[in-house]
Design a protein around this ligand. Structure first.
Ligand code: GUN
Length: 256
């Protein structure tokens, strides 16, 4: 079973968690939801994780991020048993990924690599530009893309002259959280564009809409391939969560 831990009332996190639970059960696996209040203490959360680590019926543990500010996320992630760390966020799994050994790979980066393999089976020699240096997306992608023989540039909020790098990208992955940040004049014709952004914007008529970090309507005319928001990376993240959950459950069967 997959344990899904949500702390607090962030509406976006509530939607993501509900979807993860729904899809896990639709795939025929069990999930156990832990909905904790915003005022949950560090000790309370650590205690739950230790219980889940010891529970033989739990094969995979997911703690939805971001956690409330009074919680030390690093300490929480470190408390998850690495062999139950379905997100691959534990330093043991981060270290395995960075040294090219097999561990648990974070769901969104893994989904992105599978999307890329679908349009281009051999990425050797391509210049992959990653915009955004988060632990969840940007940093793990650097390792996965370099293992796939790409030349990788990791750009972030302090990078000077971002557009000059983006213009050289054969593959562009954007995980920043800024609507329409990437414009068509930055794009090398034929480039593969992966948009990881999920931004809720309010239109002039007052209605809401989900958009990515890329100006899709303009960029799609220049790109060789491009993922939409919603519907591109999101479903792949969920698919990889299910795959990671299944793999962890199978390992528990073999060894225990
Ligand atoms: N917050 C945003 N993406 C993720 C994810 O992949 N896993 C978890 N646990 N939290 C997230």
């Amino acid at each position: 079973a997959l344990a899904v831990v949500l702390v607090g009332n962030d509406p976006a996190s509530q939607v993501y968690v509900r979807n993860k639970i729904k899809k896990t059960e639709a795939a025929g696996m069990r999930s156990v939801a832990y909905d904790l209040s915003e005022t949950t203490t560090q000790e309370g959360l650590m205690h739950l994780i230790q219980q889940l680590n010891q529970d033989k019926a739990i094969h995979a543990i997911l703690v939805q991020l971001p956690l409330p500010l009074h919680i030390n996320s690093h300490e929480v992630i470190c408390a998850i048993a690495p062999e139950k760390d379905v997100d691959g966020f534990h330093p043991v799994n981060v270290g395995l990924l960075s040294t090219g050994k097999s561990g648990v790979v974070p769901c969104t980066p893994l989904g992105i690599i599978k999307l890329l393999a679908g349009v281009c089976p051999d990425l050797t020699g391509m210049h992959a530009v990653v915009l955004g240096r988060s632990n969840i997306v940007g940093k793990p992608l650097v390792h996965l893309l370099s293992q796939a023989n790409c030349t990788v540039s990791l750009l972030h909020s302090r990078t000077r002259d971002i557009s000059s790098y983006v213009q050289q990208a054969d593959i562009l992955i954007v995980a920043v959280g800024k609507p329409a940040m990437v414009q068509a004049d930055w794009i090398k014709p034929g480039a593969i564009i992966i948009d990881v952004g999920i931004n809720r914007i309010i239109l002039t008529d007052g209605t809401q809409k989900l958009v990515g970090d890329v100006d899709f309507a303009q960029v799609k005319n220049k790109a060789g391939a491009i993922t939409p928001v919603p519907g591109g990376v999101g479903p792949m993240t969920i698919a990889c969560l299910l795959e990671n959950t299944l793999n962890l459950a199978r390992k528990h069967c073999v060894t225990k």
